[in-house]
Write a protein that binds this ligand. Sequence first.
Ligand SMILES: O=C(O)CCC(=O)C(=O)O
Ligand SMILES: [Fe+2]
Length: 298
Amino acid sequence: MTQDWINADEKDEYLGDYLFDLNGYIVLKNAIAPDDLKEMNQWADDHWDYVDSQRRSLTQESGAWIGNVETHTYSGADGCNFQNIVEAGPVFRSLITYPTWIKRCRRWINPDNGLSIHENFLNVRGLGGYIGIHSGGATPICYMTFRQANTGEWMVGQINIIMALQDIGPGDGATTVIPGSHKSALRHPKLLEEVYRSDAAAGEQMGMVEMYLKAGDVLMFTDSITHGSAARTNPGHRRIVLYRYSPALLRSRFEYVPSEELLSSLSEEQRSIIQPIPPRFAPGQAYGPLATRSLQPR
Ligand SMILES: O=C(O)CCC(=O)C(=O)O
Ligand SMILES: [Fe+2]
């Protein structure tokens, strides 16, 4: 199968709309400026010591923090996530409204829904690492919508932006998708027993296509497409950054409170995406211990 892609500066909205509607994803070639790519890779190099050290998992309460960035893993096999990477410096802040994807995010989520970022992280994954098969058009999760059922208008509940920091080719543990599966009314056979995710590496499952990317390319896809990643069989590590965009009313996945430093360095538009529902206190009121949430991911 050949991979359809569009140039990041593609003026023709219709082509992007057509491919996204049809397949559930598009690839934006050369979507990230070389200097920005360099800066993100530099940050990963500078924090390499954390990649294999203690990190938050489903069983650990919390991982090592680097300022406001928290190290994390979902299953161990998925590698090290530097969660809340938006706090890691100007280049990561600039991604919030990066011109090559932000307009499409707004339009496809639908401007009436506003915008938030559900989760943002830099992921480093080594040999043997993978993500299990998950999602699909039949998944009963509120942010896995694609269109308004009665009118057909865009109403995408979550758009994932996967940024390749280095080339991702065969054996590198590429993200895999099943084109068109966001419209399937039936669950993938591998997901008959699980509502959402299986532990089986996605790369080996029926219908999956590996999405090869060059450094600076972006894979933009609806979270409702059945997807995951292939197991990495090459030595070395895969590096990606992932930002997930959703309607403003969706809570963020790990409830990080944006730092003052972050908020004060954002434009108004960026601030509304990072803090779509600012806390509003009565005089003298503040968060107490019972008002803070547990760390269990949902
Ligand atoms: O790590 C990957 O390639 C896939 C990540 C994923 O499942 C997601 O973006 O929702
Ligand atoms: Fe996913």
